[in-house]
Design a binder for this molecule. Structure first.
Ligand code: ADP
Ligand code: MG
Length: 292
């Protein structure tokens, strides 16, 4: 039996146990497939090969952030149950309302689109407050997490780890020297992008995908990440106009210059995805690292 055929039957086993079929799928990403159990809950099945440490640290992180979720105007995933069956890790989570901003953008134009892009950008400003009591900088939910009492040291070590994946030779010190050391660690969601943010009626309803790409760092990163992911080459639903809007929004907040070097660090960080060199995100990384 091929790996793929094996993975399909393993997934079927879990779905059967929960009394649902593949048609209950409500969304999928690189890490997991998500199925509706009923109006109130979903079953999130991690893809084959997920490490136990990654699956469990995501749950621990979400529980931790859950105690601060009243600080945000949007919901974040809430885990009610978890398990391991047929070789796959799964969680039962509250069902969140809304559709991905990336899907909404495909259908929206004019002022409705402008407003949604604005809401998406603004919501990123709330992320920092989801974390409290953290004394170190670095990864919050990853097997072999890189952490340090100095944010810049974390940035340097983490970028170097990613760049090694494809043997990219980049002057990381020059990038990190230009980034500000914050007063205290705040939550930074390195995967805050239109496909990980849900919306309904022009409002942001939820932010997803906390886990391996969630760090304690400088909260200024969040709006810069939000803006960076409006690049059409990595978010096809976004257009040039959305990107211009994001740039203007960053400028109004005095983040355009900082954003330049933070974006370079992001490109160095995300270059680990170059394991699959055809990925548009990897091409974006090369573009940002080489041509600016
Ligand atoms: N709790 C939820 N309620 C409703 N839909 C969800 C929920 N969690 C995820 N989804 C849907 O599933 C998709 C993939 O989920 P996500 O957690 O982002 O997985 P991945 O980590 O693989 O990207 C999301 O884009 C969203 O459409
Ligand atoms: Mg996702």
């Amino acid at each position: 039996m091929t790996d793929e055929a094996c993975a399909i039957s393993d997934l079927d086993n879990i779905l059967k146990r929960f009394g649902i079929g593949a048609s209950a799928l409500v969304g999928a990403g690189a890490e997991a497939q998500v199925f509706a159990l009923n109006d109130a809950s979903v079953l999130r099945v991690n893809r084959a090969g997920t490490l136990e440490a990654d699956a469990s640290s995501r749950i621990v992180l979400l529980n931790r952030l859950g105690s601060r979720s009243n600080r945000a105007s949007f919901d974040i995933p809430r885990v009610r149950d978890f398990g391991f069956e047929s070789g796959l890790y799964f969680t039962v989570e509250d069902r969140l309302s809304g559709i991905p901003v990336s899907d909404a953008l495909v259908r929206l134009a004019g002022t409705g689109r402008h407003r949604l892009v604005h809401e998406y950008l603004e919501a990123s400003l709330q992320l920092g407050e989801l974390l409290s009591g953290e004394t170190e900088y670095g990864e919050l939910a990853r097997d072999g997490a890189i952490r340090n009492s100095c944010f810049k040291t974390f940035l340097r070590v983490r970028a170097q780890e990613s760049l090694r994946v494809r043997g990219l030779r980049i002057d990381v010190d020059r990038i990190v020297d230009a980034i500000e050391e914050p007063d205290q660690p705040k939550l930074v969601h390195l995967g805050y992008c239109p496909s990980n943010v849900l919306c309904a009626d022009g409002r942001i309803t939820a932010v997803l995908d906390f886990g391996g790409t969630t760090i304690a760092g400088n909260s200024q990163f969040n709006p810069i990440i939000a803006a960076a992911f409006l690049n059409p080459s990595i978010t096809p639903a976004a257009g040039e106009k959305d990107q211009l809007q994001a740039r203007g929004w960053l400028r109004e907040r005095g983040l355009l210059e900082t954003g330049f070097m933070v974006q370079k660090w992001l490109a160095a960080y995300w270059s680990f995805c170059g394991e699959d060199e055809d990925l548009p995100l990897y091409h974006w990384c090369l573009d940002i690292l080489q041509t600016h």
